[in-house]
Design a protein around this ligand. Structure first.
Ligand code: DGL
Length: 273
Protein backbone atom coordinates (compact mmCIF):
# COMPACT_ATOMS: atom_id res chain seq x y z
CA UNK A 1 0.00 0.00 0.00
CA UNK A 2 1.12 3.56 -0.70
CA UNK A 3 1.23 6.40 1.81
CA UNK A 4 -1.90 7.60 3.60
CA UNK A 5 -2.44 10.63 1.34
CA UNK A 6 -2.61 8.34 -1.71
CA UNK A 7 -4.66 5.68 0.04
CA UNK A 8 -7.38 8.25 0.79
CA UNK A 9 -8.32 8.28 -2.85
CA UNK A 10 -8.22 4.54 -3.34
CA UNK A 11 -11.60 2.89 -3.90
CA UNK A 12 -13.91 1.19 -1.43
CA UNK A 13 -14.12 -2.51 -2.35
CA UNK A 14 -17.57 -4.10 -2.06
CA UNK A 15 -18.53 -7.69 -2.79
CA UNK A 16 -21.54 -9.97 -2.73
CA UNK A 17 -22.58 -13.25 -4.31
CA UNK A 18 -24.56 -11.24 -6.86
CA UNK A 19 -26.40 -7.97 -6.97
CA UNK A 20 -27.50 -7.73 -3.34
CA UNK A 21 -24.43 -5.71 -2.36
CA UNK A 22 -25.71 -2.94 -4.60
CA UNK A 23 -28.03 -1.98 -1.73
CA UNK A 24 -24.83 -1.00 0.13
CA UNK A 25 -23.47 0.76 -2.97
CA UNK A 26 -26.65 2.81 -3.29
CA UNK A 27 -26.24 4.08 0.25
CA UNK A 28 -22.49 4.69 -0.23
CA UNK A 29 -23.26 6.81 -3.30
CA UNK A 30 -25.73 8.80 -1.26
CA UNK A 31 -23.56 9.46 1.79
CA UNK A 32 -20.09 9.38 0.18
CA UNK A 33 -20.64 10.68 -3.37
CA UNK A 34 -16.96 11.44 -4.00
CA UNK A 35 -15.68 7.94 -3.32
CA UNK A 36 -14.71 5.50 -6.05
CA UNK A 37 -16.23 2.04 -5.64
CA UNK A 38 -15.02 -1.27 -7.01
CA UNK A 39 -17.81 -3.83 -6.84
CA UNK A 40 -17.53 -7.55 -7.34
CA UNK A 41 -20.63 -9.73 -7.77
CA UNK A 42 -19.95 -13.44 -7.97
CA UNK A 43 -22.94 -14.01 -10.25
CA UNK A 44 -21.56 -17.27 -11.65
CA UNK A 45 -21.75 -18.90 -8.23
CA UNK A 46 -24.82 -17.34 -6.68
CA UNK A 47 -26.55 -18.37 -4.44
CA UNK A 48 -24.11 -18.61 -1.55
CA UNK A 49 -26.95 -18.89 0.95
CA UNK A 50 -27.69 -22.55 0.35
CA UNK A 51 -24.04 -23.71 0.46
CA UNK A 52 -21.87 -25.08 3.24
CA UNK A 53 -19.82 -22.91 5.54
CA UNK A 54 -16.54 -24.14 4.05
CA UNK A 55 -17.63 -23.35 0.51
CA UNK A 56 -18.94 -19.90 1.43
CA UNK A 57 -15.69 -19.09 3.20
CA UNK A 58 -13.61 -20.26 0.24
CA UNK A 59 -15.69 -18.18 -2.19
CA UNK A 60 -15.47 -15.15 0.10
CA UNK A 61 -11.66 -15.41 0.23
CA UNK A 62 -11.54 -15.55 -3.57
CA UNK A 63 -13.82 -12.50 -3.80
CA UNK A 64 -11.52 -10.60 -1.44
CA UNK A 65 -8.46 -11.68 -3.45
CA UNK A 66 -10.14 -10.29 -6.58
CA UNK A 67 -10.83 -6.93 -4.94
CA UNK A 68 -7.22 -6.77 -3.74
CA UNK A 69 -6.05 -6.69 -7.37
CA UNK A 70 -7.32 -3.09 -7.36
CA UNK A 71 -6.26 -0.10 -5.31
CA UNK A 72 -8.69 -0.31 -2.40
CA UNK A 73 -8.63 1.13 1.12
CA UNK A 74 -11.48 -0.80 2.76
CA UNK A 75 -13.55 -3.90 2.05
CA UNK A 76 -17.26 -4.40 2.68
CA UNK A 77 -18.64 -7.94 2.66
CA UNK A 78 -22.05 -6.69 1.52
CA UNK A 79 -23.53 -10.12 1.93
CA UNK A 80 -25.34 -11.36 5.02
CA UNK A 81 -24.31 -14.92 4.25
CA UNK A 82 -20.57 -14.20 4.01
CA UNK A 83 -20.76 -11.87 7.01
CA UNK A 84 -22.37 -14.68 9.01
CA UNK A 85 -19.76 -17.32 8.28
CA UNK A 86 -16.88 -14.83 8.53
CA UNK A 87 -17.98 -13.59 11.94
CA UNK A 88 -15.54 -15.91 13.72
CA UNK A 89 -13.20 -16.44 10.77
CA UNK A 90 -11.82 -13.01 9.83
CA UNK A 91 -11.19 -12.82 6.08
CA UNK A 92 -9.48 -9.41 6.05
CA UNK A 93 -7.11 -8.27 8.79
CA UNK A 94 -4.71 -5.83 7.13
CA UNK A 95 -7.13 -3.07 6.10
CA UNK A 96 -10.45 -1.71 7.35
CA UNK A 97 -13.20 -4.28 6.84
CA UNK A 98 -16.85 -4.67 7.71
CA UNK A 99 -19.58 -7.19 7.21
CA UNK A 100 -23.24 -6.32 7.64
CA UNK A 101 -24.14 -8.00 10.95
CA UNK A 102 -22.84 -5.59 13.59
CA UNK A 103 -24.04 -2.42 11.82
CA UNK A 104 -27.52 -3.92 11.25
CA UNK A 105 -27.83 -5.08 14.85
CA UNK A 106 -26.82 -1.72 16.21
CA UNK A 107 -29.48 0.06 14.14
CA UNK A 108 -32.16 -2.54 14.94
CA UNK A 109 -31.56 -2.55 18.68
CA UNK A 110 -31.69 1.23 18.69
CA UNK A 111 -35.01 1.19 16.81
CA UNK A 112 -36.92 -1.46 18.77
CA UNK A 113 -39.24 -0.25 21.51
CA UNK A 114 -40.90 -3.60 22.18
CA UNK A 115 -37.48 -5.34 22.35
CA UNK A 116 -38.72 -7.79 19.75
CA UNK A 117 -36.80 -8.01 16.49
CA UNK A 118 -37.45 -10.19 13.46
CA UNK A 119 -34.53 -11.25 11.32
CA UNK A 120 -34.85 -12.65 7.81
CA UNK A 121 -31.97 -14.02 5.77
CA UNK A 122 -30.70 -16.87 3.64
CA UNK A 123 -30.72 -20.42 5.03
CA UNK A 124 -26.96 -20.23 5.74
CA UNK A 125 -27.33 -16.94 7.61
CA UNK A 126 -30.21 -18.14 9.76
CA UNK A 127 -28.59 -21.53 10.37
CA UNK A 128 -25.35 -19.85 11.50
CA UNK A 129 -27.25 -18.06 14.27
CA UNK A 130 -24.96 -15.06 13.63
CA UNK A 131 -27.52 -12.33 14.28
CA UNK A 132 -29.08 -14.15 17.21
CA UNK A 133 -25.75 -14.74 18.95
CA UNK A 134 -24.55 -11.21 18.33
CA UNK A 135 -27.79 -9.74 19.73
CA UNK A 136 -27.67 -12.09 22.73
CA UNK A 137 -24.11 -10.89 23.45
CA UNK A 138 -24.75 -7.19 23.09
CA UNK A 139 -28.49 -6.76 23.87
CA UNK A 140 -29.61 -9.78 25.94
CA UNK A 141 -32.94 -8.09 26.71
CA UNK A 142 -33.97 -8.25 23.04
CA UNK A 143 -35.97 -11.21 21.77
CA UNK A 144 -35.21 -12.38 18.22
CA UNK A 145 -37.50 -14.12 15.75
CA UNK A 146 -35.44 -15.66 12.92
CA UNK A 147 -36.83 -16.75 9.56
CA UNK A 148 -35.01 -18.13 6.51
CA UNK A 149 -36.38 -16.95 3.15
CA UNK A 150 -34.65 -19.21 0.62
CA UNK A 151 -36.63 -18.11 -2.45
CA UNK A 152 -36.21 -14.35 -2.07
CA UNK A 153 -32.72 -14.19 -3.62
CA UNK A 154 -33.87 -16.04 -6.73
CA UNK A 155 -36.93 -13.84 -7.12
CA UNK A 156 -34.83 -10.69 -6.79
CA UNK A 157 -31.99 -11.84 -9.09
CA UNK A 158 -34.60 -12.69 -11.72
CA UNK A 159 -36.32 -9.32 -11.49
CA UNK A 160 -39.52 -10.46 -9.72
CA UNK A 161 -39.43 -7.30 -7.67
CA UNK A 162 -42.62 -5.49 -8.53
CA UNK A 163 -44.84 -4.54 -5.57
CA UNK A 164 -47.77 -6.28 -7.26
CA UNK A 165 -45.95 -9.41 -8.39
CA UNK A 166 -48.31 -12.20 -7.26
CA UNK A 167 -45.56 -14.85 -6.99
CA UNK A 168 -43.30 -12.73 -4.80
CA UNK A 169 -46.23 -11.59 -2.67
CA UNK A 170 -47.39 -15.16 -2.05
CA UNK A 171 -43.88 -16.29 -1.10
CA UNK A 172 -43.38 -13.25 1.13
CA UNK A 173 -46.68 -13.87 2.92
CA UNK A 174 -45.65 -17.46 3.59
CA UNK A 175 -42.30 -16.41 5.11
CA UNK A 176 -43.36 -13.28 6.92
CA UNK A 177 -46.68 -14.18 8.52
CA UNK A 178 -45.07 -16.21 11.36
CA UNK A 179 -42.67 -13.33 12.07
CA UNK A 180 -45.45 -10.77 12.06
CA UNK A 181 -47.48 -12.96 14.42
CA UNK A 182 -44.64 -12.69 16.96
CA UNK A 183 -45.43 -9.01 17.32
CA UNK A 184 -41.99 -7.65 16.39
CA UNK A 185 -41.60 -3.91 15.81
CA UNK A 186 -38.32 -4.10 13.85
CA UNK A 187 -37.36 -6.42 11.01
CA UNK A 188 -33.74 -6.78 9.91
CA UNK A 189 -33.43 -7.48 6.19
CA UNK A 190 -30.40 -9.64 6.91
CA UNK A 191 -29.70 -10.47 3.29
CA UNK A 192 -28.62 -7.60 1.09
CA UNK A 193 -30.94 -8.66 -1.71
CA UNK A 194 -34.08 -8.05 0.31
CA UNK A 195 -34.31 -4.23 0.35
CA UNK A 196 -35.24 -4.37 -3.33
CA UNK A 197 -38.59 -5.81 -2.27
CA UNK A 198 -38.82 -3.77 0.92
CA UNK A 199 -42.03 -2.05 -0.19
CA UNK A 200 -43.75 -5.42 -0.44
CA UNK A 201 -42.17 -6.70 2.80
CA UNK A 202 -43.26 -3.52 4.58
CA UNK A 203 -46.78 -3.89 3.23
CA UNK A 204 -47.06 -7.39 4.69
CA UNK A 205 -45.41 -6.55 8.02
CA UNK A 206 -47.51 -3.42 8.54
CA UNK A 207 -46.55 0.22 8.92
CA UNK A 208 -45.61 -0.07 12.58
CA UNK A 209 -42.68 -2.35 11.79
CA UNK A 210 -39.37 -0.60 11.03
CA UNK A 211 -37.30 -2.27 8.33
CA UNK A 212 -33.51 -2.23 8.65
CA UNK A 213 -31.40 -2.72 5.52
CA UNK A 214 -28.20 -4.58 6.45
CA UNK A 215 -26.41 -3.25 3.36
CA UNK A 216 -27.31 0.39 4.01
CA UNK A 217 -26.22 0.09 7.66
CA UNK A 218 -22.87 -1.37 6.56
CA UNK A 219 -22.44 1.64 4.25
CA UNK A 220 -23.10 4.05 7.14
CA UNK A 221 -20.62 2.16 9.31
CA UNK A 222 -18.06 2.42 6.49
CA UNK A 223 -18.35 6.20 6.45
CA UNK A 224 -17.73 6.35 10.22
CA UNK A 225 -14.82 3.97 9.94
CA UNK A 226 -13.08 5.87 7.11
CA UNK A 227 -13.70 9.14 8.88
CA UNK A 228 -12.11 7.89 12.11
CA UNK A 229 -9.08 6.61 10.23
CA UNK A 230 -8.64 9.80 8.19
CA UNK A 231 -9.25 7.84 5.00
CA UNK A 232 -12.15 9.72 3.41
CA UNK A 233 -11.39 10.82 -0.14
CA UNK A 234 -10.52 14.48 -0.72
CA UNK A 235 -11.63 14.22 -4.36
CA UNK A 236 -13.84 17.14 -5.31
CA UNK A 237 -15.57 15.52 -8.28
CA UNK A 238 -18.11 12.69 -8.15
CA UNK A 239 -16.57 9.25 -7.62
CA UNK A 240 -16.78 6.44 -10.14
CA UNK A 241 -18.43 3.03 -9.65
CA UNK A 242 -16.89 0.09 -11.51
CA UNK A 243 -18.63 -3.27 -11.43
CA UNK A 244 -17.12 -6.69 -12.06
CA UNK A 245 -19.14 -9.88 -12.34
CA UNK A 246 -18.14 -13.50 -12.80
CA UNK A 247 -21.01 -14.18 -15.25
CA UNK A 248 -23.09 -12.32 -17.83
CA UNK A 249 -22.65 -8.55 -17.78
CA UNK A 250 -25.95 -8.11 -19.63
CA UNK A 251 -28.08 -9.65 -16.88
CA UNK A 252 -26.32 -7.59 -14.27
CA UNK A 253 -26.80 -4.39 -16.26
CA UNK A 254 -30.47 -5.14 -16.76
CA UNK A 255 -31.23 -5.89 -13.11
CA UNK A 256 -28.93 -3.36 -11.47
CA UNK A 257 -31.48 -0.68 -12.17
CA UNK A 258 -33.82 -2.35 -9.62
CA UNK A 259 -31.18 -1.72 -6.96
CA UNK A 260 -29.56 1.55 -7.97
CA UNK A 261 -32.34 3.26 -9.90
CA UNK A 262 -29.75 4.33 -12.43
CA UNK A 263 -28.11 2.97 -15.52
CA UNK A 264 -24.79 1.13 -15.14
CA UNK A 265 -24.23 0.43 -18.84
CA UNK A 266 -20.57 0.75 -19.76
CA UNK A 267 -19.35 0.34 -16.19
CA UNK A 268 -19.80 -3.44 -15.90
CA UNK A 269 -17.01 -5.87 -16.81
CA UNK A 270 -16.69 -9.62 -16.87
CA UNK A 271 -13.89 -10.82 -14.63
CA UNK A 272 -12.04 -14.03 -14.03
CA UNK A 273 -10.63 -14.83 -10.65
N1 DGL B 1 -26.83 -11.22 -0.75
C1 DGL B 1 -26.54 -12.40 -0.03
C2 DGL B 1 -26.80 -12.16 1.45
O1 DGL B 1 -26.82 -11.02 1.85
C3 DGL B 1 -27.29 -13.65 -0.35
C4 DGL B 1 -27.39 -14.17 -1.67
C5 DGL B 1 -27.01 -15.61 -1.79
O2 DGL B 1 -27.68 -16.52 -1.29
O3 DGL B 1 -26.02 -15.79 -2.44
O4 DGL B 1 -26.95 -13.08 2.21
Amino acid sequence: MGDRENIKNYAIGVFDSGMGGLTAVQELNRILPNENIIYFGDTARIPYGSRSRETILRYAKEDVAFLRRHEIKMIIAACGTVSSVALNNPIVTDMPFTGVIAPAIEAACKATKKKRIGIIGTPATIKSGSYIHAIADTHPEVMVVPQACPLFVHLVENGYTDFNNPVTRLVAQEYLTPVKNENVDVLILGCTHYPVISELIGDIMGKDVTLISAGAEAAKFTKQCLMKQGLLSDRSEKGRNTYYVSDSTEMFEENAVNFLHENVHGDVFRSNF
